[in-house]
Design a protein around this ligand. Structure first.
Ligand code: ASP
Length: 362
């Protein structure tokens, strides 16, 4: 029976991979699809030997680590994950993993996804509690299940089954910020703030705080992979899932084309499947910067239909950022509003760069 299950699973897994590859190269035979109509089918770029690791503005240590591993010949997904693990483990980054700001009930609730270009496979977890490296759990979902996304209690049980250590992810700093936020939320409830205002500054900074880390990489063989991991929105409604664990929204990789990941308002991304669109536009021949800006423009146009999310000039009141690499090793960071940096290691130098933007700040 066990053997039967294994062989069925092996079959399923290989048919997933086979199914994905079989969709790809219709090759350039006469009368078949043209480049404009099926982007993923016609990428002929061969590896350039360039290695790139790109990340969000909190990811300079991640790109450093990812590049170190790429240079040692690591699998691109392992390299990207090892990079973001540094930030997941850092209690001072209050937007990811351990020390991430909690939901409105004071519980840290994490989302993450990974995608591996060479096998066109992905794994993700959402609303995961008590495990500080959701990216590693997401990778196991990809490798050790026939599923792509596990959520909540199911994701936690799966992580436990694989021996992940459970711990309270709420640091003292995050707890204090959460409590203070609760205390000042309304003057019609029974929660009173303390007399001293020691947390006032932090609250100004964190009251609507959100953040995430994405890291996408290209290895010397031309293989791509990516990971996105987050604690989502501070004070979110318990159970809220953002874009980060949704393949096509917070992350998308097509090994024939490129990779894109996202940070910023997850809801805007979920309504537009923006990372998928970034990769798709790169597949149509746009550069990473052109593709990212094109997608931001689409999002900004849709945002006009969301009155609570636009300013009096009809422009988005939210951030949205993409980190893109194509198969040739060209890359870009793009952002809705001027003034955001991203981290990139091009094999020689690890640095912050200014993102291309759609709107200039007034
Ligand atoms: N995209 C994340 C989410 O919506 C948050 C962020 O990147 O700031 O959960």
């Amino acid at each position: 029976m066990l053997k039967k299950m294994f062989s069925r699973r092996d079959f399923l897994k290989s048919s997933v991979v086979f199914g994905a590859t079989s969709l790809l190269p219709f090759k350039l035979e006469a009368g078949m699809m043209r480049r404009e109509t099926n982007s993923s089918s016609l990428q002929t770029t061969s590896p350039t030997g360039r290695m790139i690791a790109i990340s969000s503005r909190n990811g300079l240590r991640a790109t450093e680590k990812a590049m170190e591993l790429l240079k040692q010949g690591a699998d691109p997904l392992d390299a990207a994950i090892a990079g973001v693990n540094i930030v997941e483990n850092d209690p001072d980054d209050i937007t990811v993993g351990y020390g991430g700001l909690p939901n409105e009930e004071g519980v840290v609730e994490l989302d993450a996804s990974v995608m591996h270009g060479p096998t066109h496979n992905a794994g993700a977890v959402a609303s995961l509690h008590n495990i500080k490296n959701p990216s590693l759990v997401a990778k196991l979902v990809m490798e050790r299940t026939g599923h792509v996304l596990l959520v909540g209690e199911g994701a936690l049980k799966f992580a436990r089954a694989h021996g992940f250590k459970e711990e309270n992810l709420l640091t003292e700093k995050s707890r204090r910020i959460w409590l203070r936020r609760k205390e000042i939320l309304s003057d019609r409830d029974y929660w009173y703030p303390p007399k001293s205002d020691e947390l006032e500054k932090e609250l100004q900074d964190y009251v609507s705080s959100h953040g995430t880390i994405n890291c996408c990489v290209l290895d010397a063989q031309g293989n791509l992979a990516g990971v996105t991991t987050t604690s989502g929105f501070f004070f979110k409604i318990p159970g809220r899932v953002g874009d980060s664990p949704i393949i096509g929204a917070g992350l998308y990789v097509d090994n024939n084309i490129g990779a894109a990941g996202s940070t910023g308002l997850g809801e805007a991304n979920l309504l537009t499947l923006a990372s998928f669109q970034c990769v798709n536009f790169m597949g149509q021949g746009l550069s990473p910067e052109e593709a990212g800006l094109r997608v931001l423009k689409i999002v900004a146009e849709k945002a006009r239909l969301w009155p609570e999310r636009i300013d009096d000039k009809g422009r988005p009141r939210f951030d949205l950022n993409f980190y893109l690499i194509n198969k040739k090793g060209e890359y870009a960071g793009v952002t809705m509003w001027q003034g955001r940096k991203y981290a990139v290691h091009d094999g020689v130098k690890n640095q912050f760069k200014e993102s291309a933007y759609l709107f200039k700040r007034d």
